[in-house]
Design a protein around this ligand. Sequence first.
Ligand code: HEM
Length: 122
Amino acid sequence: MKKWILQITQDFYQEALNDPLIGYQFRKIEDFDQHIQRIAQFWSHRLYHTAKPNPNVQFQQSHLKLNLNRGELGRWLVLFEKQIQNYQETHPELKNELNRWWQMVRDFEQVMLQTEGMFKSR
Ligand code: HEM
């Protein structure tokens, strides 16, 4: 796996874990190191087209049980975008890859928004 995929994933989850709005969701995870490895693998497969077919089902299921609200999704996206931007400042040569990564994140945002029952109704 590329070093920067793991680095960005680690930096993101470190910040998310300490976040006053969404940190509680991540503090529920029992084996955090293993989680980070799994997520970094997920992105690595996505970015380099080695994902298995139908990977959205597990993605949806993992998040359905979190009982999220839309504000939490918004916060997640702000934190993630910040990591991508920070990394790009020091590694301009990764611009295309990082743009591609951010676009994939926006696609997952759409998957979430279109999944029935994903968000608490107000
Ligand atoms: C576009 C937005 C998001 C993306 C791309 C994303 C990505 C992922 C991925 C790839 C997984 C692993 C899925 C699996 O294989 O089980 C995961 C799990 C998880 N995500 Fe997200 N996520 C997003 C939004 C959120 C939000 C808004 C929260 C909470 C504030 C959240 C909290 C979690 C937690 C707690 C898990 C672990 C679930 C478990 O293992 O039981 N995610 N996320």
